[in-house]
Ligand binder design. Sequence first.
Ligand code: SAH
Ligand code: SF4
Length: 358
Amino acid sequence: MTDLYRLLPEEMEEMVIELGEPRFRADQILYSLYYKFPKNISEIKQLPKEFREKLLENGFNIGSTKEVHRVQSKDGDTTKLLLSLNDETPIESVLMQYKPKKFFGHPRSTICVSTQVGCAMGCVFCATGQMGFERNMKAEEILGQVIHFAKILSEKGQHVTNIVFMGMGEPLANYAETFRAIQLLTHPRGFGIGQRHITISTIGIVSAIEKLAEEKMQIGLAISLHAPNDKLRQMLVPTAGPDSVEALIASGKKYFLKTGRRVTFEYALIEGINDTPEIAEELAWLLKDNGSHINLIPLNPTAGEFTRPARKNVIEFERILYNGGINCTVRVEKGTEISAACGQLRTDILEKYNNTIS
Ligand code: SAH
Ligand code: SF4
């Protein structure tokens, strides 16, 4: 079976021609996929019935992701979807909405997508890392998460404005499928979102960052640093190499030089581990004159023994960076009461459902 959502517009054209149909059938399918969000091939009403049947006979389908459960935060700004993949694997995706600045404006609607089921990187503070690695997700499964939300938003006259690859898994450890998903999302005849509206967050696979820089796309890059020195970083990210801090700073610079996009360093602040004033100073020295931005993320406590620093410690950490001339923000929290924080997906809902979703 091949999901029609897997095919890039050029591949869709090749496919319809191979099936003996005129080229414009590809446009009809693409229009339906990206504006009508059909759940299955029989819902592509633009196509003649015979061609729909031919598609089915030739092993095409739609629907690599199915909605199983939906939760919304009390303020309505955060929606979490539990989706089931074709092999019944449950995954989660989140929509975070930010009020429009202008009275008649549209809200900013950011979707946080997963790229792997589980993750092999083993970060000690991350729920996904503690789950271990199950499998890579296919491009159509990554795209499917955005499509579900696009459909929900379109029913309210709204649309997806931003996509962040910050859900479960390490996107650059699943490079080919992540990249195909980005092509589908940014293709003008595909989902059609601007490259600058997509951000990939990575734990820092240097060779893959360099490869992404060579694609010369305008995708935003966030590198999860978490520590200013290798000793501390290796404790938090057990799979990190012995020179990972230096290598990541260098790869961020290269990415900036190739793409013109400034890199953000993400830093999960963990009480008593990487949140002291001394460490803030070390971090300020490390990033001095680097021109990058640092995003502090006060830890979302998961099952592990790690906790979030007190508010005053977060402010102090931020102040030291700021005084050191570092461009720094603290992540605005969204949806914590429904465990919708990025990097913390699936666990709670699975516990609630006793590890099954059927
Ligand atoms: N694997 C990628 C993307 C997914 S994680 C990466 O690590 O960057 C997305 C972000 O959520 C990362 O910056 C990660 O450090 C952060 N994160 C993971 N677990 C977290 C937690 N418990 N609290 C706060 N941030 C967390
Ligand atoms: Fe994987 Fe990112 Fe979690 Fe680390 S923080 S285990 S890389 S998902």
